[in-house]
Design a protein. Structure first.
Ligand code: AMP
Ligand code: MN
Ligand code: ZN
Length: 867
């Protein structure tokens, strides 16, 4: 280098440094200010596009990546291994890559795919193609593992740019076309793309033609895409764009051009290369072999074979014995000559190890690349100088980066990363002499940042770092009781529609769209807050997002809905009436009446979210009345009456479900809880002043319930509670100052205990918040229902000893249809087994559909849903 240039460089550097120092000082001051405001981590005020992802397959934990599991086979295998191996043995080579109609000029026309419908259209198009070309663009600076920011797909007719940031969570709907062995995918240099697609979307490529592999087979002088574009298409490219920030939206026009170019010409290039491969002379195949190996295709086969070998690769996370230690070893070995003689060599090595460990953890925690958090040269500089003040630390880092940037001839000066700037106080600790071992240090840093009062936010990427150190407790930010969705306690006076809406529609959104993630970051379901609280209180989950809240389970859930190809449970449900779309009020409606459902075998019961929908009052009324009609139809079809005909007063007669000896005839009376309660109430209030005839009539009603025996005052009081929920019973008891013998009541606690549905059963995940266990749909227009007890729960049933309320099964008298329900279910199980139940459910869904012709059912809902 001549002296003039050296001088110039020196001046440039020093002026650069001066500017940087000033900038740094400013930035540091700002940082300090921010710290005083207690928002220590830059991520608390900075949004990253990947934070909107709801499905993260590869998180930043030290746990291995989980590949797609197609069946019960071992998960370490490639899910499409047999398909790929079949292609290796017998490549399909008769693809027509080019049909002359291709747009060689590349017009302005292309398709920007950024919503679900467009993506589905694309899948539709691709599934009809026999070949298409693919390329992907990644973002890797502000991400630990990197993520796919764009996929370019070109058919012979069209260029598609798929916004994989907007569509990240649903990209896997492209999996089938990528895994289809009958569709050939053309890439150039697919080595990385193949595993990136696995990492981000569980997309596995089966049947690949890699134009770079074809170059190898043809022994081309170069194998770059730029070379091929120039040679075959006469276009020049600027690979500068390769390193653009592909997260930006919208793309500037030249980035669009560049991106399209990477895929647009691939089919034509593949066509040219295959033609050349066919022309290659096969010197290898001896004449005796030529009978079994088609000479013409020998090299084509070889290019295909080498391509499809790439498909067998599997994405894996790089795992090391101790975080950051392979980087540390490499840095140390690179600098061994500078420090070997130094007395501080041991200290240098130790500091490099600590800094690398810290960098590794911080990069994972903030989802940043190692390179961004702290460069290798900055680590060396810090370990050499051990700066003690914050300003010195910043200066040391910038200086080191400037030096390397000058060497690499990239010009813009670098500052310490936001990670360093917002966690400068970590260095004080890192440089301490007292640290005993790396592991201890690691745990401390982890706790400081992600612990209960940690400085950094949880994310889908970093929560997994805690899984091996579960002693951190997430502050219980969600435990405040949510009362919003409880039904209003206001007592309705009139059976008006308004009152009903007010009283029974849901006061806050039923679907809170809280999310539950599995411990590998995959979305399991949407649910309400209560469910999140349940897990958090038991330390079974960690909070990873607050608005709307999301948790990550710390245990392996029993199942994953998507594994069964069922998206239903992970769809965000809308808070609108499924019938007409009304969004101002809605209430839950059980499509399968509870009087039947509660008698289903446990495993058939658990799929509740499918059969509970939101409806507005009008649709509710329609659905309810047609369900009531249908119940009558069921009753006559099965010969099982709806109401308890006779209620027992002795242990022998207790068998109200009358399994086989069903002598009850339809229409021969029976008493509904409603009728019973109305009669009892009238007798208590006005009995003495009533005309005797009316009094006797009402008494008959009550007597019917008690099996015809004479009734006492207490019997009347008890009759008021029939068919009520524990909550309503309590309320009524309080109101009436009743001293009911609670010993004889079915324990309230039994029903108020934490929802038993809160298990790990994920199909139940989108269950609604329900304080009641089972609730029957009730008629809205029945004044008595609105006036007294619309939520009729049948915990209390007829029973013989002591009082009416003794120990009978809680399942026996829901709305008075309990026994009917039980008999019907028993009959179905006996005659048709579980298929009988399934078919029965389908009938109810059909009834519902015919009653309100729902137009807003969630996608995936259907009458024939199987469990
Ligand atoms: P390509 O296969 O050329 O489309 O590149 C795909 C992605 O790989 C790009 O979006 C970049 O993220 C990354 N990439 C490829 N080459 C480089 C490079 N030389 N430097 C940095 N990133 C690269
Ligand atoms: Mn590209
Ligand atoms: Zn942080």
């Amino acid at each position: 280098m001549d002296n003039k240039i050296k001088m110039k460089l020196a001046i440039t550097i020093s002026s650069c440094l001066a500017v940087i120092s000033i900038l740094l000082a400013n930035r540091y001051r700002k940082q300090r200010k921010r710290k005083q405001n207690l928002s220590s981590c830059y991520l608390k005020s900075e949004a990253k596009p990947q934070h909107n992802f709801k499905r993260v397959l590869a998180n930043n934990s030290y746990a291995p990546f989980k590949h797609l599991k197609l069946d019960d086979s071992c998960s370490d295998l490639h899910p499409y291994e047999s398909e790929i191996k079949a292609l290796l043995e017998k490549p399909q080579v008769e693809f027509e890559f080019f049909n002359g109609s291709m747009d060689m000029e590349m017009s302005d026309k292309y398709v920007w795919v950024d919503d679900e419908s467009k993506l589905k259209e694309l899948v539709e198009v691709l599934s009809k193609e026999r070949v298409f070309a693919v390329d992907t663009e990644q973002h890797s600076l502000h991400s630990f593992l990197g993520f796919t920011a764009l996929i370019q797909i070109s058919t012979r007719e069209e260029d598609y740019l798929v916004d994989t940031i907007a569509l990240h969570d649903i990209m896997r709907i492209l999996s089938p076309v990528f895994a289809d062995p009958n569709i050939c995918k053309v890439f150039h240099g697919a080595d990385n793309d193949v595993i990136w697609l696995q990492r981000d979307f569980h997309i596995y490529v089966v049947n690949l033609f890699d134009t770079a592999k074809a170059c190898d087979v043809l022994s081309k002088p170069q194998r770059s895409l730029a070379y091929l574009l120039e040679t075959y298409c006469g276009v020049t490219t600027n690979k500068f764009y390769q390193r653009e920030d592909w997260r930006q939206r919208p793309f500037p026009i030249d980035m669009v051009e560049y991106a399209r170019m990477d895929a647009h010409y691939l089919l034509y290039i593949a066509h040219c290369l295959v033609s050349e491969l066919k022309l290659q002379k096969n010197d290898n195949s001896a004449s005796e072999n030529s009978a079994c190996l088609d000479d013409k295709y020998y090299f084509v086969f070889e290019a295909y074979r080498r391509s499809n070998v790439l498909c067998l690769q599997l994405f894996t996370k790089e795992l090391e014995a101790s975080p950051g230690q392979s980087a540390a070893s490499s840095i140390i070995s690179r600098h061994v000559n500078d420090h070997k003689s130094s007395t501080n060599y041991t200290r240098f090595q130790e500091l490099v190890r600590r800094l690398c460990s810290w960098r590794d953890l911080m990069a994972r925690m903030h989802d940043e690349s190692l390179k961004y958090v702290l460069s290798d040269s900055a680590i060396v500089a810090l370990a050499e100088n051990v700066p003690l003040t914050a300003t010195d630390i910043c200066n040391t880092i910038s200086q080191a980066d400037i030096d390397t940037d000058l060497l690499n001839s990239t010009s813009n000066p670098r500052f310490p990363s936001s990670v360093v700037l917002s966690h400068l106080d970590d260095f004080e600790y890192l440089f301490q002499d007292e640290i005993n071992n790396l592991d201890e240090m690691f745990q401390l840093i982890l706790k400081k940042h992600l612990g209960p009062n940690g400085s950094c936010p949880f994310s889908l990427y970093n929560y997994g770092l805690l899984s091996k150190s579960n002693d951190f407790k997430v502050s219980k930010r969600l435990v405040t009781k949510e009362n919003g969705y409880k039904f209003s306690r206001q007592v309705a006076r009139k059976a008006s529609r308004e009152l009903f809406v007010q009283k029974f529609s849901c006061k806050s959104p039923v679907y809170h769209n809280c999310r539950i993630y599995a411990n590998d970051g995959r979305l399991l379901c949407y649910c309400d807050r209560r469910k999140l609280e349940w897990y958090l209180q038991r330390d079974l989950a960690k909070l990873v997002d607050e608005d709307p809240p999301a948790i990550i389970l710390l245990f392996e859930p029993k199942g994953r809905p998507e594994d069964e190809g069922n998206d239903f449970y992970i769809q965000s449900k809308k808070n609108i009436c499924v019938g007409c779309g009304e969004g101002n009020h809605y209430l839950r409606y059980r499509i399968i009446p509870s009087c039947y459902r509660i008698h289903f075998p446990e495993h058939l019961k658990s799929h509740r979210s499918h059969d509970i929908v939101l409806v507005c009052v009008d649709c509710h009324e329609k659905a309810h009345s047609s369900a009531e009609k249908y119940k009558k139809k069921v009753a006559s079809e099965f010969g099982i009456p709806l109401f308890v005909h006779k209620v027992v007063n002795s242990v022998e007669d207790q068998d109200v479900s009358g399994s086989s000896a069903s002598v009850m005839k339809l229409g021969d009376g029976g008493v509904s809880p409603l009728e019973l309660r109305t009669a009892a109430m009238a007798l208590i209030r006005h009995g003495p002043r009533m005309p005797p005839k009316r009094r006797e009539e009402l008494k008959e009603v009550v007597k019917k319930y008690y099996g015809g025996r004479d009734i006492s005052e207490e019997d009347l009081e008890n009759a008021l509670l029939v068919g009520m929920s524990p909550h309503e019973r309590r309320r009524l008891r309080k109101k009436r100052g009743m001293s009911l013998n609670s010993r004889n009541l079915v324990s309230d606690k039994e029903f108020d205990s934490p929802d038993k549905a809160l298990t790990t059963d994920m199909e139940d995940g989108s269950e609604f918040n329900n304080n009641e266990t089972e609730t029957e749909n009730t008629s809205i227009l029945d004044p008595d229902v609105v006036g007294s007890s619309a939520k009729q729960n049948g915990y209390i049933g007829p029973s013989g000893n002591e009082g009416v309320f003794a120990t009978c099964s809680s399942k026996l008298s829901l709305l008075g249809h309990g026994p009917h329900g039980k008999q019907v279910v028993d009959f179905l199980l006996k005659e048709h087994g579980e298929d009988g139940i399934r078919e029965f459910c389908q009938r109810w869904r059909q009834v519902f559909v015919e009653a309100i012709h729902p137009r807003f059912l969630p996608a995936g809902w259907d009458v024939t849903h199987r469990i």
